[in-house]
Design a protein around this ligand. Structure first.
Ligand code: PMP
Length: 357
């Protein structure tokens, strides 16, 4: 199907987020939390079957994480109405598929090599995935993509910087897609803090159909707390809020995140250190002459290629160095992804690699 035909068929109606949503979700009467009507702290709470004795955690957390959203909102320069928080951004990926794709009818587009969770969530929800191989320079082939889009394509997932290639998709290309596609463009920016490229968050003011995913798991160093976010149109936010479990972010996570987000200087310092170590690792890895290819990266990892990837992986494991095999033909056969560690960890990695025969 050519691009214009698709556009003509889909463009008949103006963009309406509710029309993209599954009908049963649109009609869903969400679970209402006991304390939605009362937001003070002074009352006697006999509404939620909690234990009255204080353990520090005897009360349910705020289902809408208002305090955390206030702080994140000002950090990311978005209104709290544009924010949904998830138990990691993985939860939000699942929420998007569940809310917008009708099982066994709708489809979504992903690119390969890419982050595997999009497909896992699709499979769990019985949603067809149209998986397109990136071009040799690791960018989407837009022409080919348009051939795959049809009336039942609800979501297009872009990952930038991409896992595992570390490549950024220029924001102008993302904007063109958002402008043209009549479904949701999900831009996964888990690694955005490691690049100078601008965030797609800037598109939110102009377009209703862009959803930007970010996480505190990477540059912020809070993977163990599980906090991811979607920044999106309030209509998308409303839908995801209806579908999510009411208390999806624990009190412990909310409190800890609030405290750690204040340490902006520390965040910046560590992030800068990782970026600088990434540069050093790239140079040193290239000098080793061990790899067919050591790819540039805008994230906190480096992708290398060697036909002996399994042997090398085993060699590293035996020396307590754990990397990730990303042997993903056709584009990156023999791929290994190495996360940038501390200076000492990276030195150890290089030293062990130098001894490899
Ligand atoms: N998106 C990408 C591209 C990732 O690499 C990851 C983590 N590996 C995630 C999302 C999920 O992150 P989290 O659930 O920790 O927020």
């Amino acid at each position: 199907m050519n691009k214009m035909k698709v556009l003509n068929e889909i463009n008949e109606k103006p963009m309406d987020i509710n029309q993209l949503c599954r009908k049963n979700i649109l009609e869903l009467q969400p679970y209402s939390c006991a304390r939605e009507e009362y937001q003070g702290k002074q009352a006697i709470f006999l509404d939620a079957n909690e234990n009255p004795y204080d353990t520090g955690y005897n009360r349910y957390p705020d289902p809408y994480q208002r305090e955390v959203k206030k702080k994140l909102g000002s950090l990311k320069q978005v209104a709290t109405e544009n924010l949904v928080l998830g138990n990691g951004s993985d939860e939000i990926i699942d929420l998007l598929v569940r809310s917008f794709c009708e099982p066994a009818r709708d489809n979504m587009i992903v690119f390969s090599p890419g982050y595997a969770m999009y497909e896992v969530c699709a499979a769990v929800n019985q949603v067809e995935v149209r998986k397109l191989v990136l071009t040799a320079d690791f960018l989407p082939d837009w022409e080919e993509m348009w051939r795959q889009v049809d009336k039942r394509t609800k979501l297009i997932f872009l990952c930038t910087p991409n896992n595992p290639t570390g490549k950024v998709i220029p924001l102008v290309q993302i904007e063109q897609l958002v402008q043209t596609f009549r479904g949701l463009v999900v831009v996964d920016e888990a690694y955005i803090d490691f690049t100078r490229e601008k965030s797609a968050v800037n598109l939110l003011q102009k377009y209703r159909n862009v959803v930007v995913l970010q996480t505190l798991s990477k540059a912020w160093g809070m993977a163990g707390l599980r906090l991811g976010m979607a920044m999106a149109d309030p209509a998308v936010v409303g839908i995801l809020n209806k579908v999510k479990a009411p208390y999806n972010i624990s009190s412990l996570t909310q409190q800890t995140v609030l405290a750690l987000l204040d340490r902006y200087d520390e965040f910046q310092k560590r992030r800068d250190e990782i970026v600088s170590e990434r540069g050093r690792l790239l140079t040193e890895l290239r000098k080793l002459n061990l790899f067919q290819q050591v790819y540039d990266s805008e994230a906190n990892f480096i992708l290398v290629i060697t036909p002996a990837c399994r042997k090398l992986y085993q060699y590293l494991i035996e020396r307590q160095l754990v990397v990730r095999l990303r042997d993903m033909p056709p584009l990156i056969p023999g791929g290994i992804r190495m996360t940038v560690g501390t200076k000492e960890e990276n030195n150890r990695l290089l030293e062990v690699l130098k001894q490899y025969k």
